[in-house]
Design a protein around this ligand. Sequence first.
Ligand code: R5P
Length: 278
Amino acid sequence: MKLIAGPSSPLLTKKIAEKTGFEIAETVYRRFPDGELYVMVRGDDDSYAVVNSLKSNEDIVYLMLIFDALEGKSITAVIPYMGYARQDRAFLKGEAVSIRAVAKLIEEYADRVITVNIHSERARGHFRKLTELDAMKVIGQHYRGRDIVMLSPDKGSLSRVKRAAEIAECEFDYLDKRRIDAENVEMVPKNLDIEGKEIAIVDDIISTGGTVITAAAQLSGKAKKIEAACVHGVFAGNALNRLFLSGISQVKSTDTIETQVSVLSISEIISEVLLDEV
Ligand code: R5P
């Protein structure tokens, strides 16, 4: 098997190559003056794993062109961050179910699809050949041995945070929204006293940063230190700046999306699955 480093996941692919021993195929990615994209894959092999997160619209076009360049080969699509998964149904009549369209496109070419913590059960249901990996394990391993309390921003995400906390062997809880009066709502840990404790707010995605910033604002003054960790660091617009200015001491994500804070790597869990395949 050879690896293809898609334009959105070069560092992750390099780490997977180091762990698996698979070579990275030589590729050419270019943009024509009119904005159209161009892909060439050099060399020849029977089987390829294409690693490319779908963070931008361009990533989807690149993925499609890579698949076409591999016409007739066996393809495993490794899509660490599956964009468009939040539009997993038609909320209004007439809306496109975006993830259904993306799933159809990928599965038209790929023999197998691997992703990490897809947005929802419903999004997962639009795929037929999907293996979903859980990066909560990676976050849990990172915090192992630290005297920290993990907090989920809401009850709905508690089971995810519990999986990370069990590996980290730390306490965990979720933030409970309580109405104080007509105008004010407070978010407090449901069961634990976090006075003087170090906190990690753990979520699957940080997009605008709004969820984590609101949670951190409620905890500041009580907690000793607040960090935020997530699987997918989307960081829309100036979210990272807003997070840094909000009093959160550190922001960490995995490298499903490569950014300046993607310091936790999913390369190990992807490599395990790819090695199982050959
Ligand atoms: C919600 O379902 C997710 O788990 C995240 O809490 C949410 O997507 C985060 O979005 P934002 O950073 O824009 O608040």
